[in-house]
Design a binder for this molecule. Structure first.
Ligand code: JBZ
Length: 249
């Protein structure tokens, strides 16, 4: 999968992209991330990328010409792939959006800076707008890295384990069960006995129940959409009749 990232802060990308899993994916030719500095497409002697807003008011606005020049020189006119802007005004990113976008072989990501972008970028260059969530950030660079990370791990072969991507919380629709490794006791805190029992059927049921309990407690919104079996429903019915203090989570 190929990404072309357009940003005013290209230097923030390499350290993360050079880290373990994404770097391995890049070395194997499964992931290709090309980061472009929008400032390289300015034509004035001071390489200006922002300007005062028409109509007045505070803040600076990202200029239209360098952005078009950058994207069109790399991707053609019109651009050869979807052009996604990371912006708080976009649709909120989640695993469903990740699944949808991961089917694309090539995406362009535009990272905003300053108070806003010239609206003509939005209306005539961008094909999709994505927000990573309801909190305030200074720019689209971290959201772009989050999107790359979430999509890259869905590319077949990027995770070592072939069903690694399917095993995670949001893919299954439930939060993960508690994990333990050695030692069996630390400062008097014991690993649940069932995990040491060797009874794999019992362990699988305990883990499923822990996932259900944890999801019900922390993310009841996820439980409503999760794919639950008859046994799952029966378990949830049973525990909803029990005292909360009887439940381990
Ligand atoms: C995002 C100015 O550029 C920004 C600022 C905030 C912001 C983004 C870009 S993308 N927040 C989000 O994904 O929520």
């Amino acid at each position: 999968m190929r990404f072309d990232v357009f940003t005013l802060l290209p230097e923030v990308f390499p350290s993360y992209l050079d880290s373990s899993i994404l770097n391995r994916a890049r070395q194997r030719g499964l992931l290709d991330v090309r980061v472009h500095n929008i400032r390289d497409w300015t034509l004035d002697r001071h390489h200006v990328t922002d300007d005062l807003p028409y109509g007045g008011g505070g803040g600076m606005v990202m200029k239209v010409e360098p952005m078009f020049a950058a994207v069109e020189s790399i991707l053609g006119t019109p651009p050869a792939c979807p052009v996604i802007m990371l912006t708080p005004q976009g649709r909120v990113f989640n695993q469903k959006v990740a699944d949808e976008l991961s089917t694309q072989p090539h995406l362009a990501l535009i990272c905003g800076r300053y108070e806003g972008i010239d609206e003509r970028i939005r209306t005539h260059l961008i094909s999709d707008e994505i927000s990573i969530g309801d909190f305030v950030l200074t720019g689209g660079e971290l959201p772009a890295l989050i999107l790359i990370d979430a999509l890259a791990r869905l590319v077949p072969g990027v995770l070592g384990d072939p069903d690694g991507a399917a095993d995670d919380s949001h893919a299954s629709g439930l939060l993960e069960y508690p994990h333990y490794t050695r030692p069996p006791e630390f400062r008097g805190w014991q690993v649940p006995e069932i995990l040491l029992s060797g009874d794999h059927a019992k362990i699988a049921r305990w883990r499923r129940e822990q996932s259900l309990l944890r999801t019900r407690l922390r993310r009841p919104d996820m439980l409503e959409k999760a794919d639950l079996s008859e046994t799952d429903h029966k378990f949830l019915e049973k525990i909803s009749k029990e005292k909360p203090s009887d439940q381990i989570i």
